[in-house]
Structure formats: C-alpha cells, structure tokens
Design a protein around this ligand. Structure first.
Ligand code: ME8
Length: 500
C-alpha cells in the first residue's frame, strides 16, 4: 500500500466548464479510484484559477468585478464534479486566503534565495493564455497559435524569476528521471524547449491588481501562472481543517494536464520548486486535445464546444466517462462527437457489457433460482494476470490500454456465453454439471469485470456488484476466482436502449 496524490489543472473562471475540462477531471478520477481500490492513501485535487488577465478581462467585458465573476463560475466548476462522479478530496480556489498566504511564503523564499531580479519586459503577450510568447510560439501576423487571436506587444517593469540559471538542473532532472514527463513525445518536446536555451520569465505584473500581492513589492501582483502552479502545493496546507497534509502527500505522484500548458508544468514548475527548495512531483502526464468535428481544438474561444451536460443527460455519466477513455488514446489528440458516443454506447456498453450482465443474471435466475452453483470455473487462464496488467498500465497512466485489456475479456465472456449455448445444455439433465460450470464462470467473470471497470463506470459497476451480492469493489476482488458470488438478484438494464 502506498500513497497517491493526483491533480488536474485548475481551470480559468473566465467562462463555463466544457468537455475538455471534464476530460482531465475524469482521467484523474479514474486514477484516484483505482488507487483507492488498491487501498492506497489517495488525495485527488482539482479547482479553479481565478487571478490574472484572462479573468480580469472577461469580468470587465461583462461589467463585473473579477471576484464576482470568479464566485459565479467557480460554483459551476464545483457543481461539475459530482455530476461527473468525480471523487476529488478538495476543490481549491486561488482566491482562498490560505492559498494566497502560502503563495507569498513560498515565493518570498524564492526571492530570499536570490532567484529573482527586477527588469524590463518587452514581448508579445497573449491575454487568454496569460503568456509571453517566444519566437516559435507566434503564429502568422503575430497571433496566438492556441487561441488564434492577435498578440499584444507588452512593455513593463517586472520582477523576473531567474529561470535561465536552472537550465543545467532541469536537463539533469530529465536525464535522471526519464519518466518525469509522459508520454515520451511530450518529454522530448519539453526537453528540446529546455535545450533551446531558457530565458528568465516574468514573476510579477505591475499593471494588474487582480492577483496575489508580491510581499517584497506590494505595487506588483504575482504573474498568475506562478500563483496558479503553486495550488498543487498550497492546497495540502488547508484542505483539512486543523490538519496539514503536506508531509503526507507532497510531492504529487501525477499532475495530469493538457498539452496547451506543457511549458508551465514541465519547465517553470520544476524550476520554481527547485528555487524554493521543495521536492519535485514524480510525473507530469500530458494528454492531447479533444477535437471537434473537422479536427480543430475544442475551446471556449473557438466556440465549438461539445456540452458534457447534454451528453450526460442523454447517455448517463458512466457512458461519458467510458467513451472518453475508450475512443481517444490517452496522450494523443482525438475527435469526439455525440454520434461516436452513441455508437459506443449501443455497441459496447449496451450490447456487449449490459447484455452480458443481464443474460448471465437472467440465466442464473431461470435455471438455478438465482443460486450460483458450486464447482469448477472455466476461463481461469484467460483472466490470469489481468488485474496485475491493468494496475501496471494505470501506474503508467495508460487509461486507454488498461480499459482495452479489460474489454477484451468482456468480449471473451460474450464468446463464451455464445459457444456452449447454456440454454441448450439446460434441456439435457446429463449435462447439468456443464451448465453449473458455465453459470458459475459467468457470475464470477462478470463480477471480476465489474470490479476492474469500477474506476471508469462506478455507478454501473456498483449496481452490478449489488445484483451479484458482492458489493466490495476493492482490488483484491479484481482477480478472477477471488470472490465467486453465492446468489444473484434481479438487475435493471445497466445501459437502457431507450436512453435517448
Ligand atoms: O490553462 N481537450 O486553464 P483552462 C482536452 N488555468 N483538454 C482540454 C481541452 C480540450 N479541447 N480544453 C481544455 C488553464 N482542456 C490554467 C491552468 S494549472 C496550474 C492552470 C483541459 O481553463 C486541459 O486539461 O484553460 C487543459 O490543460 C486545461 O483544460 C486548460 O484549462
């Protein structure tokens, strides 16, 4: 048993949550639930990023104070979590006083350790990314490659973080910890950014007031990215009343992020932690973009967003959670549409898993009065090593591979239930022992799958486990043969056809 600390990015409150945000939350929730199954001490953090220009500008556009907009939209992100069945242990808001105090404490240490200087900043700036762009990050006519909006030429006196002095230590980190950034393509991208030569970066903004005050120069607020990144650390200090969880959970095992914020998490973040003399996270996992039809990024500013609430209203939360892990290789970009979700729902959740569960339970009730017969199990070889394989894949954040390994057994059980045709056997008393074995294998196979699938489809797995009289979803039960059900009860269809 170990401990597992996993984080999502904290989301800007300049607009409402969309599917991209839900995606990272669901991925982290799968990992958090899996580790809880294994009995690990788990902390799962998500929250909102409330300071800086993206939020201040959006508030101004709507005639609101930044805090009013933040309060309004933070509630919407908070409300998204239970809708997604996310099991986050805390929801941080960077406008929390305790967060701000701890940001000041850590960055004061960075300053006291001599890693800052006052300088003049000049450069192209994207107000949506809150990011100064280097030459390779500037699109045609000085536009932002991510948001496709014009960049602004900014010039002001800032406090700088001496990032350039960390170049060698960062290169050493990447050499010593080859899986610090995953997948490997993203690691290579980050490393080549580092090797291309690091420049010092702005640590404060003088023009902005919506942010955390710089303690040694109160006319400035911290550049929002440093305030935001520190959430992963500050939250542990006050997530539990009267308790400091820092020693228990820091450093994080996994920061899961989208590829849009790679530079901040794989370069700035480890460097600022080094400067503050704090331990570094074990892994940053960088996933791809969910793309809308036509292959463009789905984002608030491009206005082509697939609504997670609509998807959940129609197909249920488990279907959304399943679909996103299944259809988009975790780590790569992938298109997502409601039509593709519907197709997976019908073909896989309803027909393959739902039918398998319903048929197995119906046969046990019809032929054996709901009692699971004693005897031998088939298919032990087919399930051998599966629980270990899934755990190993999830240790590397391979959500899609782990789910696929499980799904191959869903299909194997379907072929099994087709092959000896239990309803034919049942007519032949001589073969009653064969039927016993088939029914027992189905009961145990379906139970094993329900435990393994629990991180992805917790509500459906819980229903299924309840019908099998084995409610424990702990990982000891992920091994085939570990907890053969005694008796089964009626099961409502897990994924009804009439969902729409
Ligand atoms: O960047 N596909 O916040 P943000 C997949 N506040 N994931 C997507 C996505 C898409 N189309 N769109 C968004 C910020 N995401 C900062 C982060 S962290 C210290 C501060 C997800 O509201 C993905 O995780 O713009 C991405 O990295 C994040 O939302 C950006 O959210």
């Amino acid at each position: 048993m170990g401990r597992f600390y996993v984080t999502t990015p904290i989301y800007y409150v300049n607009a409402a949550p969309h599917l991209g945000h839900a995606y990272t939350v669901i991925a982290c929730d799968v990992l958090a639930r899996h580790h809880r199954q294994r009995g690990d001490d788990v902390f799962f953090l998500t929250g909102t990023d409330e300071h800086g220009e993206p939020v201040a500008d959006a508030a101004k556009d709507q005639g609101l104070e930044p805090k009013e907009l933040a309060d309004r939209n933070a509630e919407r992100f908070k409300a998204l979590m239970p809708r997604l069945e996310a099991s986050n242990d805390f929801f941080i808001r960077t406008s929390d006083d305790q967060h701000k105090r701890r940001v000041q404490e850590v960055l004061q240490r960075v300053h006291d350790n001599g890693h800052t200087h006052l300088g003049m900043y000049e450069g192209w700036y994207c107000p949506r990314c809150a990011d100064f762009k280097c030459d390779t990050e500037i699109g045609p006519d000085n536009t932002c490659l991510i948001h496709e909006i014009p960049l602004v030429w900014e010039q002001e006196e800032n406090w700088f973080f001496n990032l350039s002095t960390f170049q060698a230590r960062l290169e050493q980190l990447y050499a010593e910890q080859p899986d610090f950034v995953q997948p490997e393509t993203r690691r290579n991208e980050a490393l080549s950014f580092i090797k291309s030569g690091l420049q010092d970066v702005s640590l404060s903004r003088g023009k902005l007031t919506w942010g955390v005050e710089v303690p040694w120069d109160p006319s400035h607020v911290f550049y929002v990215w440093f305030d935001a990144l520190l959430n992963y650390y500050t939250a542990l200090g006050y997530a539990r009343d009267g308790e400091d969880l820092t020693d228990r959970f820091w450093p994080a095992n996994y920061h899961v992020i989208g590829k849009d914020i790679l530079k901040f998490h794989t370069v700035f973040w480890p460097a600022i932690l080094m400067a503050a003399e704090l331990p570094l996270p074990e892994h940053v996992f960088v996933h791809g973009f969910l793309l809308a039809g036509g292959g463009r990024k789905m984002s608030k500013s491009l206005g082509n967003v697939l609504d997670p609430f609509e998807a959940m209203d129609t197909y249920g939360v488990d279907a959304l959670r399943y679909y996103l892990s299944r259809d988009v290789q975790f780590g790569a970009d992938g298109s997502v549409t409601l039509d593709a979700l519907a197709a997976r729902y019908d073909a896989e959740l309803a027909n393959e898993l739902g039918n398998l569960a319903s048929r197995s339970i119906a046969m046990l009730r019809r032929y054996r009065d709901g009692r699971v017969p004693e005897g031998e199990l088939d298919l032990a070889d087919e399930f051998a090593g599966l629980a270990e394989d899934v755990a190993a894949r999830l240790d590397g954040a391979d959500l899609t591979g782990a789910l696929d390994a499980i799904w191959q057994r869903v299909r194997r059980l379907n072929r099994y239930v087709e092959a000896p045709a239990p309803w034919t056997i049942s007519k032949d008393d001589v073969r009653a022992a064969d039927l016993d074995r088939v029914l027992r294998t189905l009961a145990e196979g379906v139970r094993t799958l329900a435990v393994l699938l629990w991180p992805w489809i917790p509500a459906s797995s819980d229903k299924l486990l309840a019908a099998l009289g084995r409610e424990d979803s702990g990982y000891a039960g992920a091994t085939f043969g570990a907890a053969v059900p005694d008796a089964v009860a009626e099961l409502e269809p897990l994924f009804p056809k009439q969902a729409r």
